[in-house]
Design a protein around this ligand. Sequence first.
Ligand code: GLA
Length: 380
Amino acid sequence: MRPKYLFLLALLLGAAAAGAVIGRGAAKPGIKMSEFGKMPDGQTIDLYTLNNSSGMQVAITNYGGRIVSLTVPDRNGKMDDIVLGFDDLAGYLGNNPYFGALIGRYANRIGGAEFTLDGKEYHLAANDGPNSLHGGLKGFDKVVWKAHEVPGAHPALELTYLSKDGEENYPGNLKVKVVYTLMGNNALQIDYSATTDKDTVLNLTNHSYFNLSGQGNGDILKTQMMINASQFTPVDANLIPTGEIRTVEGTPFDFRKVTAIGERINGDDEQLKLGKGYDHNFVLDRNGHGLQLAARAVDSDSGRVLEVLTTQPGIQLYTGNFLDGTIHGKGGKVYGHRSAFCLETQHFPDSPNKPKFPSTELKPGQTYHETTTFKFSIIH
Ligand code: GLA
């Protein structure tokens, strides 16, 4: 063949290959940036959309480090957004229960909104009855992060934030870095790191609300759940751990064997009544350090499977018990009671007041580092 025809043939083959990829609904792997809205002071907030080669897409905003959408295939290759949230920044600026947010400085609750560190008492804002919840009045979910694309084999977005000494009454200038990496195997990896210049406490997590059938598509009671935990931390009437580490054996908290979320959720159980469903920290069965399987959720209708792997000692299963249909989210979808579940990897709630729980203290010279991966696949 003459070189000219060879060149044309190559062009045609190239176009066919590109067409095949586009035909499957996949965009080119990479990150696209667009405007998400404006803060009340006029500051522009961005949305970063990460695509991998299998068609998975994750959109993250630098307002509160929030995962705005997460689109994965079902068993027939149909793409759906499977996290709750809003179409624009204005939705997130309004009242909402931490949809998709990066939570800090202290994820979950600190009882009585106070703790003592190195003999000094710290008083926090009580924003959940008498407790401090999810970092206080203006936690990491409500601040603007600096965003950078990280060069490398996979699309990765780095968010950084300097939480000044005394912010929300926590001690120490805390430098926080969170990197979201979208892997080729439909896994979203979140790497958290932080350093401080004074002794402080720290507990970071992500507060995504998942509905594997698609956001706004009914409740999650049929979702099959496995949690790799033989123990959990029972709570008092304020949802603060009593300090006891209790076996799950013989309780509705035993998810070591796969069970539908809804199978026991309305049972006659004191802990379920206190949480109005599941809103509890599970003590993960871990074997040394490193990323280990914490939970697996399976939606038999769509075939979507979510696996959560983490370096953290605990995971909060929250079953959207406070959702009541008043919030209208993306595409006008109504978020009803238990229309999503959260799997928040974490240190145990109220650890600063519970000397027997694994420590959440961070000291100058140390680097906090935790990783959590949300990995998606399908079953047939
Ligand atoms: C966490 C808490 C819940 C609730 C939600 C937000 O998961 O444990 O009790 O506050 O956040 O509504």
